[in-house]
Design a protein around this ligand. Structure first.
Ligand code: SAH
Ligand code: SF4
Ligand code: F3S
Length: 474
């Protein structure tokens, strides 16, 4: 049993990160353990977790498990969890309750938890006390060890917990089963060293480790050969890419090299405003296959709160960057993340956030009420704002955000835009769906034969969160 430790997770060591190309392996005896067995994997959280789940699926399938979308049919139920806010915790433990119930009728059922919550000391303590029947727990640093963890569980027939607090090396040979044949997630870096005072990620994902460019470029080149149209370069703070590599190579260089592979669409998330360079803006402008879509988290519009958050930029420098981006890329869409009710946020601080939203008129924004995370500095700060007040601020902010989201979408009415058709629309089964270059969701008429293709679509109707359109036949 290896348990997580918050103090260790906080440390940043100078230990050299090793790139391992044969660390992941499945012993011969394990290759058949999933034969005639099904797994159900539920994913919470960000794109990084989505992508980790694509790795987990491939690992399980190398052990002969097959996937099911029906939890009740599964022989192995695994939750890949997120720790970013308290409500994620409640959702996961709700599911754990259902798993316990299923286990009572199915004694051979294997149950497990992985992901960011598994990295939390308090969560693992809770599991060991109250959920002794949960079979396996593993973290974000040892996904490649899943076969061996399952083997231990089966051999010993007792709860198997293996969570490393300190990030390991970069394991390059983990298989992947991608959810899409057209769009792919690509990790360009792991971890985060920013330590924003409210955020748990630097503890659950470890120190920043960039993947060497050649591995990323090989992956993109392979995807191009397989017919992929879009890649999203993933990291918690992609603009800081390369800072930990001992070569002169940064995010602008990477974007340019990925653009040169010829892949049709390149996206990247998330950009911390602090590390956004002019060089990056130039490259985004220069290459048509780097999409004009930027997610630029603001968090707060008050300099006092930004300082308490440890964000390292001011309202003024944020607005200046925003202006530069819009001048260089007038057609681009820009979205953001905002937290309301950070400890000590006064009405006037919140007003400043609203001011920035008015100045930027975002295409959309993810808005959150501050959630105290155990072990982070903000959890120690005095929080005197009532929940009612926080909810009021969130509501007020959302009203404003929605107004601008609709306004941004209105500009699309009657325009012809490129859309990568992905599949049948969830809202209307007679339509297909896809995203524009600027990341707008579009439901499209008459595009049934164009799945996986980028087509021109004329926008015929505009809503706050989506557009409707029809295929333009040349
Ligand atoms: N790396 C990204 C953010 C990842 S988390 C960045 O720095 O931009 C996604 C969003 O969740 C954050 O941008 C923030 O708005 C929100 N968030 C993170 N921690 C939070 C907390 N403790 N309470 C409320 N929202 C939080
Ligand atoms: Fe969290 Fe800040 Fe890192 Fe984003 S940059 S993951 S908000 S610590
Ligand atoms: Fe959640 Fe972990 Fe992502 S905390 S947001 S799943 S990095």
């Amino acid at each position: 049993m290896i348990l997580p430790n918050l103090k260790e997770a906080k440390q940043r060591t100078n230990r050299e990160v090793i790139i391992k190309t044969n660390e992941y392996h499945v012993e011969e005896e394990l290759k058949k353990i999933g034969l005639h067995k099904k797994y159900f994997l539920k994913t919470y959280g960000c794109q990084m977790n989505e992508h980790d789940s694509e790795n987990i699926k491939a690992i399980l399938e190398e052990m002969s498990f097959t996937e099911t979308n029906i939890m009740e049919d599964a022989d192995f139920i695994l939750l890949n969890t997120c720790a970013i806010r308290e409500n994620a915790h409640n959702k996961v433990f709700g599911m754990v309750g259902r798993m316990k119930h299923l286990r009572e009728t199915k004694p051979d059922l294997i149950t497990g938890i992985c992901g960011c919550m598994a990295q939390e000391e308090t969560i693992v303590e809770e599991i060991m006390k109250k959920y002794k029947w949960l079979d396996i727990v593993f973290g974000t640093h040892n996904i490649h060890r899943l076969p061996q963890i399952l083997k231990e569980k089966i051999k010993k027939q007792k709860q198997e917990i293996e969570v490393f607090s300190i990030e390991g090396d970069i394991v390059e040979n983990i298989p992947v089963k991608r959810d899409s044949k057209y769009k792919a997630w690509i990790n360009i870096m792991y971890g985060c060293d920013k330590f924003c005072t409210y955020c748990i990620v630097p503890y659950t994902r470890g120190k920043q480790r960039s993947r060497p460019p050649e591995f990323i470029l090989n992956e993109v080149t392979e995807l191009v050969k397989e017919g992929y149209q879009e890649v999203t370069l993933l990291g918690q703070n992609v603009n800081a890419y390369g800072k930990d590599l001992h070569i002169e190579y940064n995010m602008a260089n990477l974007l340019e090299d990925v653009a040169k592979t010829g892949i049709a669409r390149i996206r990247f998330v998330t950009s911390h405003p602090w590390d956004f360079t002019e060089e990056m803006i130039e490259i985004i402008k220069k290459y048509d296959n780097i999409m004009p879509y930027i997610h630029l988290p603001l968090q707060s519009g008050s300099n006092r709160i930004l300082k308490l958050m440890g964000r390292r930029y001011t309202k003024e420098s944020y607005l200046e960057l925003y202006k530069k981006l819009k001048e260089a890329l007038p057609y681009s869409s820009i979205t953001t993340d905002i937290i309301v009710g950070f400890p000590g946020e006064k009405e006037e601080d919140f007003e400043e956030t609203l001011e920035v939203v008015k100045a930027c008129q975002y295409d959309s924004a993810f808005t959150f009420i501050f959630s105290a995370r155990v072990g982070t500095p903000a959890a120690q700060m005095e929080d005197t704002i009532s929940l009612k007040e926080k909810e009021k601020r969130l509501y007020q902010l959302n009203e404003l955000v929605n107004e601008y989201a609709k306004k941004a979408n209105d500009k699309y009415l009657g325009k012809i835009v490129p859309v990568l058709i992905e599949g049948v629309s969830e809202k209307n089964s007679t339509m297909m769906m896809g995203y524009t270059d600027t990341m707008k969701l579009v439901n499209v008429k008459n595009a049934d034969d164009f799945i996986g293709k980028i087509v021109n679509v004329k926008i015929t109707d505009v809503k706050t969160w989506s557009l409707d359109g029809e295929l333009v036949v040349d």
